[in-house]
Write a protein that binds this ligand. Structure first.
Ligand SMILES: Nc1nc2c(c(=O)[nH]1)N[C@H]1C(S)=C(S)[C@@H](COP(=O)(O)OP(=O)(O)OC[C@H]3O[C@@H](n4cnc5c(=O)[nH]c(N)nc54)[C@H](O)[C@@H]3O)O[C@H]1N2
Ligand SMILES: Nc1nc2c(c(=O)[nH]1)N[C@H]1C(S)=C(S)[C@@H](COP(=O)(O)OP(=O)(O)OC[C@H]3O[C@@H](n4cnc5c(=O)[nH]c(N)nc54)[C@H](O)[C@@H]3O)O[C@H]1N2
Ligand SMILES: [Mo]
Length: 580
């Protein structure tokens, strides 16, 4: 509204953008249709590429309690034996990046055996014929050869899921961070549409969001859009916001700008010369660290706005803006189940740091422009603006207030003016956000475009998280206990594979890919198959030195979890330990 660029994007592109684009393709809009209470109603839970006990322990306890009360089956799809897989009734150790094949095949069995909800399909969806034709090619015998799950298990899961009175799917980065991330989400939606499991108690496609306010960035325009799920491409949306802000509608670019993952290459080629990084640390979190370093060095101006001055990206900045952290500021955020909650500061900002909101306002004030939006003074005034801009829309929050949010311990959207509570689920009436009100069943042909293990690089490199650390460790890296239990970059490796290479448990080994190398401590474990290593991505100069991160064509999210590496034993252990 002041600078006039469309090149702004949320860290969401590393995290949730596949879920966003999958929801949009299937339902006509973003917005997770389910809620946590669905665990208390479901008769079958499918969890794909999500390690709930370590990554979402609070949601996990809720799910676990529900499962202890009503013993419903839990099926986990993950190439590793995660903590969640250990607790599952069935674990499907899928070949990396092939979830779409498994889901197509499950749909194949459901349609072949007539287990689908034909009434729901006919009343609420579009595209059934083309979808049916595509999944005919994915019989379990052929699919098993690609996705590595045997045909009997595929049939078993298909029957369990389709015959359950209600069934739900949750997923996180095992689906989203893939070259088929968006397709994977659509495949999950397809499964739930053909079984009539959308918007009903215990029946849902529920993406588990990464960060506490990942939903907020999606809803309120951080991802190159306009507030309230509005798009730069839509003339009416541009006009509504321009009128509200009192600026000219043609000040806005008429299309979205680059995704985060396309902004960095645009710096490489000189199209972008200045970058303002707010609360994200690409030197550790983006694939191919060497390339990112070169990119940041090329910038004419880099502004880093972060809570910690020792964040790695700050080594490349020209200006540092110290930001306050959550306990030092006030504002609302939206979680996985569309629940809006409020944080109030319990302490004053440390030192010279300021709340991000204050920084934005002060910068906007200093940028010279004839007609500028009016910038509110308090976060509560901003919330009042958001309420007005949401009124009558899908994400209506006009019935909320700071006071009511606190009293109700959060409210879910939509919560319209006058509503006592928000709605728990979306699409319960089977009316979707496409103009004709119908959801889309979308055929998903599988193209194998990953860098696969070969003779030179014989291992799949998988990466993710551990419970002890949060992301790039600017915070957890400073906490005694977290470092005590997870002190050093390490790699899960199958003991048989280690034996073959003469790599010993508890020693350092060298990991090599076509991009670079890294030194990690070897932890031998049966958690990973013989042709895979897994590395938590929290440590700087570690897994993302070697990762590739091919981009999903729809969501532009990197496939952090699939590329090929080799492992080499290291003779000089002392030198290796000095690196870490
Ligand atoms: N303690 C802690 N909690 C966190 C975070 C943290 O850093 N620390 N980060 C938060 C954020 S932003 C996010 S996004 C979430 C992430 O939460 P999760 O997605 O649950 O965590 P990850 O470890 O990234 O990945 C989950 C699993 O995906 C599997 N996987 C890899 N490839 C495939 C595949 O091809 N198919 C399938 N089906 N699975 C695959 C991996 O083996 C891994 O076990 O966690 C959130 N919670
Ligand atoms: N190999 C591999 N790479 C990955 C992933 C993976 O699974 N494997 N996962 C990806 C995913 S899902 C994600 S979400 C990303 C995360 O990647 P990033 O977003 O880059 O990681 P964070 O460490 O969470 O960065 C947040 C930064 O914000 C700062 N900060 C904290 N609070 C505040 C605040 O209130 N204001 C401001 N201004 N700053 C603050 C922190 O100090 C930190 O530097 O990593 C991605 N990278
Ligand atoms: Mo994330």
């Amino acid at each position: 509204g002041v600078i006039g660029t469309n090149n702004y994007d949320g860290n969401t592109t590393l995290c949730m953008s596949s879920a966003v684009s999958g929801y949009k393709r299937s339902f006509g809009s973003d917005g997770p249709p389910g809620c946590y209470e669905d665990f208390e109603h479901t008769d079958c839970l499918l969890a794909i590429g999500s390690n709930l006990p370590e990554q979402h322990p609070v949601i996990y306890w809720r799910m676990r309690e529900a499962r202890e009360k009503r013993k419903f089956p839990l099926i986990v799809v993950d190439p590793r034996v995660t903590m969640l897989a250990q607790n599952a009734d069935m674990h499907l150790p899928i070949s990396p990046g092939t979830d779409v094949v498994l889901l197509n095949s499950i749909a194949h069995v459901i349609l072949q055996e007539g287990l689908q909800d034909q009434v729901y399909i006919e009343a609420h969806t579009e595209g059934y014929a083309a979808f049916k034709e595509l999944v005919e090619h994915y019989d379990p015998v052929s699919a098993a050869k690609i996705c590595g799950i045997d045909e009997d298990s595929i049939r078993n899961v298909a029957r369990l899921y389709a015959e359950a009175a209600s069934a739900m799917t949750i997923w996180t980065m095992g689906i989203n961070q893939s070259t088929h991330g968006s397709d994977g989400v659509v495949a999950i939606n397809n499964l739930n549409l053909i079984t009539g499991n959308i918007g009903k108690p215990g029946g849902s496609s529920l993406s588990i969001t990464g960060q506490c306010n990942a939903m907020g960035t999606r809803e309120w325009s951080s991802c190159s859009g306009l507030p309230g799920y509005r798009a730069l491409e839509k003339e009416q949306d541009r006009r509504e916001i321009a009128d509200y802000w009192g600026i000219d509608a043609d000040f806005f670019p008429d299309r979205r700008g680059l995704f985060m993952t396309d902004i960095l290459p645009a710096i490489e080629t000189g199209q972008i010369k200045g970058l303002w990084l707010i609360a994200t640390n690409p030197m550790t979190s983006m694939p191919n660290t060497a390339r990112i370093r070169k990119t940041l060095e090329k910038l004419e101006i880099l502004v880093v706005q972060d809570a910690y001055a020792d964040v790695e990206t700050n080594e490349y900045s020209h200006v540092f803006l110290p930001a306050a952290i959550w306990a030092e500021k006030e504002g609302v955020f939206t979680n996985t189940e569309r629940r809006v909650n409020l944080i109030r500061n319990v302490i004053e900002p440390f030192g010279e740091s300021k709340p991000d909101f204050w920084i934005f306002n002060e910068l906007a004030r200093r940028i010279e422009r004839e007609r500028k939006p009016n910038f509110p003074e308090t976060t509560e005034q901003v919330f009042e603006e958001m309420k007005q801009l949401s009124s009558g829309r899908m994400l209506d929050i006009s019935g909320m207030s700071y006071e009511r949010i606190e009293r109700k311990r959060g409210l879910q959207w939509p919560c319209r003016d006058g509503d006592e509570d928000g709605e728990q689920r979306l699409y319960g009436d089977g009316v979707f956000q496409y103009p004709d009100g119908r959801a889309r069943l979308i055929p998903l042909p599988f193209v194998d475009n990953n860098e696969r293990p070969d003779e030179q690089y014989p291992f799949w490199l998988n990466s993710g998280r551990v419970v002890e650390h949060f992301h790039s460790r600017t915070r957890t890296g400073k906490i005694g206990n977290q470092n005590k239990f997870s002190p050093t970059p390490y790699m899960e490796m199958n003991p048989d594979a280690a034996l073959e290479l003469g790599v010993e448990h508890g020693t350092y080994a060298r990991l090599v890919s076509r991009r670079g190398d890294a030194v990690v401590l070897v932890q031998c474990t049966q958690r990973v198959p013989r042709d895979m290593v897994f590395i938590p991505f929290h440590f700087h100069e570690c897994v993302n030195r070697v990762s590739l991160g091919l981009l999903d064509p729809y969501s532009r999210q990197p496939a952090f979890k699939q590329c090929a590496v080799r492992v080499e034993a290291i003779e000089d252990q002392q030198a290796a330990s000095a690196i870490n």
